[in-house]
Structure formats: structure tokens, C-alpha cells
Design a protein around this ligand. Structure first.
Ligand SMILES: [Zn+2]
Length: 209
């Protein structure tokens, strides 16, 4: 299966779909293209170089063994202004890579950057490609967990390991950037599907292959 990973900012896929990514990586026939739209050069914690998040993302991609990635420099918090360029980028990607599955932010994500990427992904891929939207509870006003992906302890530990590579984010002390939160959230979704751990997704489109 050819999988496209869409991250408005560098850590979004790891947070919303990191365990599922670990599960997909275990299947050798899967190939990946990972696109980040903003490396948040204007929003790194004080005193750190502007490329900090880009470098941290590169460390994550290298750790999981995905070499096919691209980090754009669209301005953080202002992706809606770049919607048509994002759409063109996604159209190019669709023609070149011809994915089977797109993992995007949820259409119910209230962050303007996430919403823009979700909406443009639907515009570009809706007729040809299965699309699922990942959960970021602090941004979702509503979320329908239509697809549950059961995860092993090892997969959720590996999710936390890659999140730990974003050292700059620990400075910000975000409540969701903690091991307790990541494991508790996965346990909550796991309780919905007879599993110790899980991640949830909204299904925007699903094509049987
Ligand atoms: Zn984000």
C-alpha cells in the first residue's frame, strides 16, 4: 500500500497517528511519502535556531526509516492563505505517487492550518484515494472514531520514542506532550475496541481494493 502522511506542522502525524504509522511500517510492502507544510520557523522556543523543528523532524524520519519526505516553509498559523498552493502541491503528489491511503488531519480540527490541509486533501483525493483523519483531542470540537487501529505496547512505546525526539516541544510544557497523556489517550481508545492501546480516525473516504 502506498501511504501519504500529511503534517501541517512537524509533529502532527506523530501525535495523531504515530502508533498507526509504527504498525504500517511493520509491513514491508507499504511505502510512504511524508509532507510537512510548515516547519514553524517563526514559532520555535526562544533562543533556538529557526530550523530546530525541521531538524527534529528529520531525526524522526530517519529514526523510522522514511527517506521520502518534504518539509515546506509555508508560514505557520497562516496556511489558509496558501490553500491554493497546498492544493497544487497535493495534486502533483497524487499524480506522481498515486497513493492508496491518505492520512490527514480531521475535517473537525479547529486549528486553521490543520483544517486547511484536511480540506485541500479532500478536494484533491476524494474520488480516487481512501482518506482518514487523525485525532488531536485538544483541537477537535467533535470527533467520530469510525476507524480504530489496535496497537501493541511496543507500537505505542515507539510512538512516544519519536515524540521524545522533539526536544524543543518539551520546553513549551504542553499537556499533551507527556508520556502519561499519550499512553492514557491510547488506553482510552483501546477500551473502545478490546485492545490495550489504539488510535482513532475519522473515515472521510474508503475504497475497497
Ligand atoms: Zn499542528
Amino acid at each position: 500500500m502506498k501511504v501519504v502522511l500529511l503534517s501541517p506542522h512537524t509533529d502532527d502525524i506523530e501525535l495523531g497517528a504515530g502508533g498507526t504509522l509504527m504498525r504500517l511500517l511493520e509491513e514491508e510492502r507499504n511505502t510512504f511519502r511524508w509532507v510537512v507544510f510548515s516547519a514553524c520557523e517563526n514559532a520555535v522556543p526562544q533562543g533556538l535556531p529557526p530550523d530546530t523543528l525541521k531538524d527534529e523532524f528529520a531525526a524522526v524520519a530517519s529514526h523510522v526509516g522514511i527517506a521520502d519526505y518534504h518539509v515546506h516553509s509555508f508560514p505557520n498559523m497562516n496556511l489558509p492563505a496558501s490553500a491554493s498552493e497546498i492544493r497544487e502541491e497535493l495534486s502533483r503528489l497524487k499524480n506522481e505517487f498515486q497513493p492508496d491511503l491518505v492520512i490527514a488531519p480531521s475535517l473537525n480540527d479547529s486549528h486553521q492550518d490543520h483544517k486547511t490541509v484536511a480540506e485541500e486533501a479532500v478536494r484533491v483525493f476524494k474520488k480516487d484515494t481512501s482518506i482518514i483523519g487523525y485525532e488531536l483531542p485538544w483541537n477537535n470540537l467533535v470527533f467520530q472514531p469510525q476507524l480504530l487501529v489496535r496497537l501493541t505496547q511496543k507500537q505505542i512505546e515507539e510512538k512516544w520514542r519519536v515524540l521524545s525526539l522533539y526536544r524543543s516541544q518539551f520546553v513549551l510544557q504542553r499537556s499533551y506532550f507527556s508520556k502519561d497523556f499519550i499512553f492514557g489517550w491510547a488506553r482510552m481508545r483501546g477500551a473502545q475496541c478490546s485492545s490495550e492501546y489504539a488510535e482513532a480516525f475519522e473515515v472521510v473516504r474508503w475504497f475497497m481494493r
